[in-house]
Ligand binder design. Sequence first.
Ligand code: NOJ
Ligand code: CA
Length: 519
Amino acid sequence: MAPKWLKKATFYQVYPQSFYDSNGDGIGDIKGVIAKLDYIKNLGISAIWFNPWYESPFRDAGYDIADFYQVAKRYGSNADAKKLFAEAHKRGIKIVLDLVIGHTSIDCKWFKESEKVERNAYSDYYVWSPLAYYRGSGKGDDYFISGWGPRGAFLANYYAVQPALNFGYAKIEHPWELRYDDPRCRATKEEMINVMRFWMDMGADGFRVDMASSVIKRDEGKKKTIAFWREVRKIFDRDYPENVLISEWFDPATSIKAGFHIDFCYNNFWRAGYRPEDPRIKWPQMAMAETDFTDPVPAITPAFELIQKTQKKGYIGFYSGNHDAARLRYYGSEANTIVKLAMLFTLPGTPFLYYGDEIGMRYRENLTPKEGGERRTGSRTPMQWDNHLANAGFSTAKKEALYLPVDDAKNAPCVADALKGKNATYNAVTQLIALRKQHVALDNDAKVELVYLKHRKMPIAYTRSNGKETLLILLNSSKDKVAVTLRKLKSAKALLTCGVSLADGKFTLAPCSYGIFSL
Ligand code: NOJ
Ligand code: CA
């Protein structure tokens, strides 16, 4: 059984280094998030997902963990974490941490022990090839860093500084590989289960698991990986039944079978189906470009199929953006972005709102890459709290000391203006989240049915229903005025509309408009 609260949950992603700096050192921290919990609550959020906050040399912004049991100094202390759990829970907000299951930093104590020739408890935590020059195939999950030291070459999982944890191989091809059911690999798994228990016993409400499909190597069909996670899910069901297990797998049909409550929709929803040569795609090589979403077919068709396949078993996490993608606002006008958000908050599944997307924060071009962020850096800039304050109220540090530069464009949006009703994106987001909460037809597990999608053009229309009520959603993300007549429709009561009107059974949709009606 999945935790009940997921039925209504809306998530908010906090990138801790960029959210709010409480002590003026230029970098966001846990106390800063505590200070902003009321802001998050007022948005209507039920759970926060934190990017990794553990001790790290930050060569991949914290996805390279040196100590899984310790909050990084720059974010505060474990005591602050505990306080955050308590303060969040007081407000009815859950806290979900990032579990980087597949790898550590080369600075992790486990790795430092493992690289020693003398056998010790950590010797098999990583995969070592005695062939110092060995590189593996260099592809997929078979990529070795050669010439490392006395133990030869090690298997990496992402960047070269992120050695893969050894959960074994589904199929053995070399003498140094261990089978997935080898007791030596079991020890690595036990350690990670211990990590999970450590934080959940302290108060965390679950995990978003980084690269969840990467645990067992050479696992075609992912059978062993599925079994690996099913065992973890059993622990959740038994000992932490209210806690959530979310995967970064991008294959909900598989990951939900593996026991995850939520998996993210394919990477990346807003660009789905576009060819790399499409001029609307700006980051083809990163596979994370999005579009203005005026042709909904490539994203909608597979997403709706996925929803039908997985509904009642788990949830699909649709997201406005994240720390690995360009910001939603990058690909269209403010009005276009709002239509996408209207879709995000009316689809089934669990919506994830990336910090700052609620005010339409922009992707910052050409920033110097920070901590392995590469082009992703432009989506990771400080939250803009109040443009009338220095550093947009993010920090009292000197400008040069900031983690990343604040967007200081004249028209950059900020929370202070949004709270005065001066930000259309914020108005829409808060209204949409409130509406989602009020209507059972918008529950995360309520049905969806496509009622209009033609000509690879806007508009689109779908219904949501739970047996008790049915809502109709119409979206037009294009610059054209469009109209649609829905047969069989007798009457519809407008619940939340922006540029959509109904007369004699015909809906007229202004450029970039959306409407939610009760049938
Ligand atoms: C996915 C994370 O979202 C990304 O930021 C990170 O660089 C890689 N996994 C490696 O952990
Ligand atoms: Ca700080």
